[in-house]
Design a protein around this ligand. Structure first.
Ligand SMILES: [Zn+2]
Length: 128
């Protein structure tokens, strides 16, 4: 396997982790409320504005918007980019340690467990 492919694939795996983190945030927000994780499209809880491509960029969207909704300036919460970074790392670290394919599988399994744990914690928090 050549170096360029390996670097590109590693970056791709990390990006998948970041977007999975973004989905974990969505699920942790919606599942405790009994809402669908598919529809409606992601929107601000405060003003209802549908999020655009910039808002949906993991970590970067949060930084570009200064941690607030672009319309109503409601705070987004630092937990969102942190979960995205953690999920990105959960995908990336196994790839760096054990190599691309076994690492990607381990990372995917670990990220699924992370997501289940975060959503479960959010449900418990919502019940109390
Ligand atoms: Zn808003």
């Amino acid at each position: 396997m050549n170096e360029v492919f390996l670097v590109a694939a590693t970056v791709y795996v990390a990006l998948i982790g970041l977007f999975l983190g973004s989905f974990i945030n969505l699920a942790a927000d919606r599942v405790p409320r009994g809402e669908s994780v598919v529809s409606p499209r992601s929107h601000c809880r405060a003003c209802g504005r549908v999020l655009d491509a910039v808002d949906l960029l993991p970590v970067l969207g949060y930084l570009i918007r200064g941690g607030r909704c672009a319309s109503c300036r409601a705070p987004i919460g630092a937990g969102q980019p942190i979960v995205e970074l953690v999920a990105g790392s959960t995908m990336l670290v196994p790839v760096l340690v054990v190599g691309l394919w076994p690492g990607a599988l381990i990372g995917l399994a670990a990220t699924a467990i992370l997501g289940a744990a975060i959503v479960t914690a959010a449900r418990r928090r919502a019940q109390t």
